[in-house]
Design a protein around this ligand. Structure first.
Ligand code: PLP
Length: 450
């Protein structure tokens, strides 16, 4: 049989369940309830095989920043595939798309982040970072400086290295982790702040980094990795005191700061990079997702002059077949051109984000919504049975969030849940009208999920 969009949904679902293993899913569940078949997309909307039009308030997986259906990106891929569909840069070769993209990223990235090591995804890029910072310190004659500090509940990817950097205990439990990664608590005031003010709590959480360094040994810690604003962990916006203190500690103990910009990068927080929004200058930034708006797989590490120089002093035995893939580079370049020339980031920040913030925060008027936090185009609400005590729902963590997400899905709105938080990360081309639809459907879904 020829499998196509014209097949009945149930048949497509059965074939999917029989042969396709889904990420982060209980596979056997698809035998009972088939996956929704997404058939096409345009702008900020998806369509499914039943013809339903769905508002995508997650930009795919936080990545379709310029929205779906841009002809220019398809043309860029087509032209590049015809001219040079593949070549690598391993053995004394290079190509024009990778040169052009690297130069553009060096222009865009803050400070002296001028050098790009490519990967096929954010996970791979964080694996690169893990190895690169250890190699860096070994090159500097300090091989014992090999511990990386990260945060609990962080998501940095799914490969063994990136997953170990991440702080998701459910992932660590399945297959183990790499050695010498240490996790401190996240600055999640709503859930963990107790009686402290957000500012005091932010300081206390940042100072855990200093305590960890002192416990592990000042000469043992290579790097600290964190997202400027934690995304998949629940869009945890840190208190204002958090990042300045982290910065102070990293400087004091000569620790490399890795900003994972896989979600925060390319406009999501209102600037090109989340590091700019929270006021930090990292040594390395992880990029992926919004770099190509998800149109082609690509990731990488943007590295500062000093680290690049030290790492470049000897052969770094590391690389991926698809690193700097010409088609992905061409697509990413075109995406960056559109973001820039159409002023998508500035418009999203100046014209839409204030409206989105006002409307999103109005969800706290719902009996089940405790706090609403949003920076630029990434936000979350905390679900609670008691706003005053910031209590959690008694049911197994995530159950209520899961229910609300299911209701959103049924109401043709894609929002995501992480435990008891509901998340949005809409395409940066969201209009005020899209915002209104989002809030209307979210409110309805919250009502139905109670
Ligand atoms: N880092 C962060 C902050 C992410 O959110 C993700 C994916 O969601 C990754 C890394 C991993 O990226 P990828 O899924 O492209 O491997």
């Amino acid at each position: 049989v020829e499998i196509s969009n014209h097949m009945p949904t149930a048949e497509l679902q059965a074939l999917d369940a029989a042969h396709h293993m889904h990420p982060f899913s209980t596979q056997s569940g698809f035998l009972k309830k088939g996956a929704r078949v997404i058939t096409r997309a345009e702008g900020v909307h998806l369509w499914d095989s039943e013809g339903e039009k769905i508002l995508d308030a997650m930009a795919g997986l936080w990545c379709v920043n310029i929205g779906y259906g841009r002809e220019e990106l398809a043309q860029a891929a087509y032209r590049q595939m015809k001219e040079l569909p593949y070549y690598n840069t391993f053995f004394q070769t290079t190509h024009v798309p990778v040169i052009a993209l690297s130069n553009r990223l060096a222009e865009l990235a803050p400070g002296d982040l001028n050098h790009v090591f490519y990967a096929g995804s954010g996970s791979e890029a964080n694996d690169t970072n893990l190895r690169m910072v250890r190699f860096y310190w070994a090159q500097k004659g300090k091989p014992e400086k090999n511990i990386i500090i990260s945060r609990k509940n962080a998501y940095h990817g799914s490969t063994l290295g990136a997953m170990s950097l991440g702080g998701m205990s459910g992932m660590h439990a399945q297959g183990g982790v790499v050695q010498n990664v240490h996790h401190i608590d996240q600055p999640n005031w709503w859930s963990e702040g107790g009686d402290m003010s957000p500012e005091d709590f932010g300081l206390e959480r940042a100072q855990q980094l200093e305590k960890a360094i002192q416990e592990l040994g000042e000469n043992r810690v290579a790097a600290f990795i964190a997202e400027p604003i934690q995304g998949a962990g629940g869009v945890i916006v840190p208190p204002s005191t958090y990042w300045p203190e982290i910065k102070r500690i990293c400087d004091k103990y000569e620790i490399l700061l890795i900003a994972d910009e896989v979600i925060c990068g390319f406009g999501r927080t209102g600037n090109w990079f989340g590091s700019e929004t929270v006021g930090i200058q990292p040594h390395i930034m992880t990029i992926a997702k919004g770099l190509s708006s998800g149109y082609a797989p690509i990731g990488g590490s943007i590295v500062c002059d000093e680290v690049a120089e030290v790492v470049g002093g000897d052969e770094f035995n590391h690389g991926y077949t698809y690193a700097g893939h010409p088609v992905s580079c061409a697509v990413a370049l075109e995406n960056l051109r559109i973001l820039d020339e159409e002023r998508i980031i500035a418009t999203a920040r100046d014209e839409i984000a204030p409206y989105l913030k006002e409307k999103f925060e109005s969800l706290t008027g719902h009996p089940m919504v405790g706090e609403a936090k949003i920076v630029g185009h990434m936000g979350s609400i905390a679900l609670t049975p008691n706003k005053a005590t910031r209590a959690k729902f008694a049911a197994e963590a995530g159950t209520v969030g899961y229910l609300v997400r299911e209701r959103c899905f049924a109401n043709n709105l894609i929002m995501r849940h992480v435990g008891d938080r509901m998340i949005i990360s809409p395409p940066l081309i969201f209009t005020k009208e899209n915002v209104d639809t989002l809030i209307e459907r979210a409110w309805k879904s919250l009502d139905e999920g109670m």
